[in-house]
Design a protein around this ligand. Structure first.
Ligand SMILES: [Zn+2]
Length: 117
């Protein structure tokens, strides 16, 4: 049995079709976080609908997110601290990107070996 998407959203999140469509219009059909359109595909190969993001503590619907952003929030368990830590990690390592890569170091090690012979 296939359940209509709007029926699923109404049953799971308690929001009627008109509210989902109003959020979709408010977000201009894009993810409320990254501003991009959905690109994830369903098992049938169709572009998926934007996910209904909600607070897991209160159940309050926050907005519509793409699959990627929804998964990131879910894996971070909605923790601002975890997400901040990840931002700091990325920023710290972005600076380190100007330092030699593992491949550079391997080549350098090879050069030293050639010089030693
Ligand atoms: Zn997104």
């Amino acid at each position: 049995m296939t359940v209509d998407r709007y029926t699923y959203i109404k049953c799971w999140y308690g929001i009627p079709r008109a509210d989902y469509e109003a959020m979709l219009v408010a977000h201009k059909g894009k993810c409320a976080a990254c501003g991009e359109g959905e690109t994830a595909l369903s098992a049938k190969g169709d572009v998926r609908w934007l996910c209904v993001d909600h607070c897991h503590k209160t159940g309050r619907v926050r907005g519509l997110l793409c699959d990627r952003c929804n998964n990131i929030l879910g894996r971070a368990k909605d923790s601002v601290d975890v997400l901040q830590d990840l931002i700091e990690y990325l920023e710290k390592n972005a600076v380190a990107a100007s330092s030699p890569s593992v491949q550079d170091l391997t080549e350098l090690k090879g050069a030293r070996l050639c010089l030693a012979v």
